[in-house]
Each structure stands twice: as structure tokens, then as C-alpha cells.
Design a protein around this ligand. Structure first.
Ligand code: ADP
Ligand code: MG
Length: 372
């Protein structure tokens, strides 16, 4: 079944990912609906309709299902129960089952292992009694992470002794966590793919990601890894999507170790910050691909059209001297329309296109220094 232009498609969540989805959907000929409890949400402001309600609000979900021919999500922590309610009467992608896997660090790692991917040595911790056994698996240093609801490095602590694990576990509220071995990372890369309900897959190029204070700072494409590593990362991401019978956009984050081993870190059941370069440097963007997958259209061409570096703009940089940004002609600025700039808040990003990734990085960093 193909959902064609003129139809209405919806997204749960009105943040920047929702905004870029809505923008792509409108351009592609669809009417759009956003469900978000914030009346000033970036996506809500440009959608045809904004249902101002929480993710669990029965009336809001009912209205969403009535209005939409298909619904997707920009937010991975939307309750699976809400996706199930929507799926009773409308097409939902990704499925509640897929989203549930990605919501839990232990579950997603186990799925990755099932698909033949390597993960960091880890154990799930449900209570203090589990700590000794977990430490036996991971050793030190290791990282304690909340199993769910962590993001941008939040809900994580590096730990070096059993005592420290106990202390942090309690500080985290004694809720489910994973303890994982801390690896010596050479690089971090991610792969984004789109897969529609017929199993038609398109993989985007591999992006090399640099994080600062746990938040993505830059993505560089092509990544500075061998063709062999690139191919392996893309194949592994596809294997995972196939194992999950995944529909929609799937992001897979990998660690690259000193001996070029790929280690699965985590997945996201949605477009990803590390894929924002696709807005300007691939034939189809990750948001257009999200629309295509949701609507049962053939996956679009994800091929790279130019080397590119994406730089995140966090609220810390505000106020920004926009003249410095727009002085650079090979730079494409994307702002999310958020009114309040707070430290660590993602306000926008820019992509710099150049003949080589090294040149793009030089320009991108020069501009970043000028506005810092
Ligand atoms: P988030 O959900 O916040 O993105 P991640 O699990 O991806 O959480 O961790 C954030 C960052 O912390 C990673 O991108 C990586 O830089 C670092 N990190 C996380 N786990 C490990 C690990 N096991 N070994 C080394 N570095 C890690
Ligand atoms: Mg991450």
C-alpha cells in the first residue's frame, strides 16, 4: 500500500527532528499533524495541525489516528502503549515492538548480538545484588548507564570500584541500569538506514562522530575509515534491521577500536543528529527517507553528493554573530526555531560542503572558533 501526496501523515513529538520531518513531508506533498504538549514546539508551529497533548493522552491519540493515514515518531521514548493504540486504526512505523527494543539499553544490545553484532561486555543491574557479578564481566573502568531515558551522555557515570558502582546506582534511583566495559575508542561512527514495510532498504554513508561533553559536536562524511570498515558497518546495520523486521529510519551507533573492530553501542528508531548532513549532502535526506518509508514508497537514493561536515549549534553559543556564519558561502545553516537558548540545548546546526572532508572540517572549525 502506498500513501500518496495529498494524504495526511503525523509525527509524535514536535522537536527539531519532527520539524525537519514535517518540512520534508510538506515539500513532498503531504499534509502534516504533530502531537506535542508544548504549544511552541518547533514542528507544531509549521504543521497543518498541532494536537497539543501529551504522548499518553487518549483524546489526543484518538484525534491523531483519525486525522492521519500513517504516523511516525521523532522521540524514542514515546510509550509503546501509545503506538499500539494508534496502530489499531492507522499505520504506524516504526512499530511499538521495535521502539520498545531501542528504549532499553540491555534489550537493544541483546538484539544486536542476535543479529551477529559485537557489543561491549555488559550486564544488566536490577538491584545492588547484581553488581558483583556485573563487575566480574566488565572490570574497571566501566560505565554505569540508566537502561532507559538517558541521552546526550546524561544518566551515565564512569566507575572504578564496586563501591562507586553501588553509590552511583543508588544516586540513579536504584532503577534498572547496565554496566558496560569502558573501551578505548579510536573513532565513533554511525549508520542510518531506511527500510519500508516491503523490506526495501537504503543505507546512508557512514558518518564519523565527535562528541564533546557527551553531546554530538561534529559529523564528518565520508568517515575516515577504510572501505572495508564502511561496508561492514553498513552490512551490520542492515542485518540488525532485518533481524528486527524493522520499518522506518534506524540509526546504529558503533565504536571503532584500535584494531578496527566495530562494536555496537546503541540504536535509535528514528532519524538522528548524526544524519543531519543528509539535508545538504545526499540525494535523499534522512527525513525524506522517513516519509518514503512511512508511506510505503520505494526507498530513495542515499548516495553522497559532496563531502560534508555537520556542526551542532548548542545554546551555549548564544547570542551568535550570524554575519560570521553567513560570510561562509559553502555553509548551510539550519535553525530549529527554539525561543530559549539554554546551555546544552540543540538550537541548530550547519553543514559545510567542500571538495574533501579535510577541507570541509577546516572551514567548519574555523567558523566554529569565530562564533565560540
Ligand atoms: P547517549 O544515549 O547519551 O548517546 P551513549 O551510550 O551513546 O549514550 O554514550 C555517549 C558517549 O559516551 C558515546 O558516544 C561515547 O563517546 C561514550 N561512551 C559510551 N559508552 C562507552 C564505552 N563503553 N566505552 C567508551 N566510551 C563510551
Ligand atoms: Mg549515543
Amino acid at each position: 500500500m502506498m500513501i500518496l501526496p495529498g494524504s495526511t501523515i503525523g509525527v509524535l513529538g514536535g522537536g527539531q527532528l519532527g520539524l525537519m520531518f514535517v518540512s520534508a513531508a510538506r515539500t513532498m506533498g503531504y499534509k502534516t499533524v504533530v502531537l506535542d504538549s508544548d504549544k511552541n514546539s518547533p514542528a507544531g508551529l509549521i504543521a497543518d495541525q498541532h494536537i497539543c497533548a501529551g504522548y499518553e493522552d487518549p483524546a489526543g491519540l484518538k484525534k491523531m489516528a483519525e486525522l492521519c493515514d500513517a504516523v511516525t515518531t521523532e522521540f524514542e521514548n514515546v510509550p509503546a502503549a501509545s503506538l499500539r493504540i494508534l496502530a489499531e486504526t492507522t499505520f504506524v512505523s516504526p512499530s511499538a515492538e521495535s521502539v520498545e527494543i531501542a528504549q532499553n539499553r540491555g534489550r537493544e544490545k541483546n538484539y544486536a548480538r542476535q543479529a551477529g553484532l559485537e557489543t561491549t561486555p555488559f550486564e544488566t543491574i536490577l538491584s545492588v545484588e547484581d553488581i558483583e557479578k556485573a563487575v566480574a564481566t566488565t572490570g574497571f573502568p566501566s560505565i554505569l548507564k540508566l537502561s532507559s531515558l538517558g541521552y546526550d551522555g546524561k544518566g551515565q557515570a564512569i566507575v572504578n570500584s564496586v563501591e562507586e558502582v553501588k553509590k552511583k546506582f543508588e544516586e540513579f534511583g536504584s532503577v534498572e541500569c547496565v554496566l558496560e566495559k569502558m573501551l578505548d575508542l579510536k573513532q565513533e561512527v554511525s549508520v542510518i538506514l531506511g527500510r519500508n514495510a516491503d523490506g526495501d532498504v537504503s543505507v546512508f554513508p557512514v558518518s564519523e562522530n565527535v562528541h564533546v561533553n557527551g553531546i554530538l559536536h561534529t559529523s564528518t562524511v565520508p568517515a575516515n575509515v577504510s572501505d572495508e570498515v564502511t561496508g561492514r558497518a553498513q552490512e551490520q546495520a542492515m542485518a540488525l534491521a532485518n533481524t528486527m523486521d524493522y520499518t522506518g529510519i534506524l540509526t546504529v551507533e558503533f565504536f571503532v577500536t584500535a584494531d578496527n573492530k566495530l562494536v555496537f553501542n546503541e540504536m535509535a528508531p528514528r532519524p538522528h543528529n548524526s544524519g543531519h548532513y543528509t539535508l545538504d549532502a545526499t540525494v535523499t535526506s534522512q527525513f525524506e527517507q522517513q516519509v518514503r518509508c512511512l508511506c510505503g514508497l520505494p526507498a530513495g537514493n542515499g548516495q553522497l553528493t559532496s563531502p560534508v561536515v555537520m556542526v551542532n549549534l548548542l545554546g551555549d553559543l548564544w547570542p551568535v554573530d550570524w554575519k560570521k556564519i553567513y560570510a561562509e558561502q559553502s555553509l548551510k545553516l539550519h535553525l530549529y526555531g527554539k525561543e530559549e537558548a539554554r546551555p546544552g540545548r540543540k538550537m541548530g546546526h550547519y553543514n559545510v560542503l567542500a571538495e574533501t572532508p579535510v577541507q570541509a572540517k577546516e572551514i567548519a572549525e574555523k567558523i566554529f572558533k569565530e562564533i565560540s
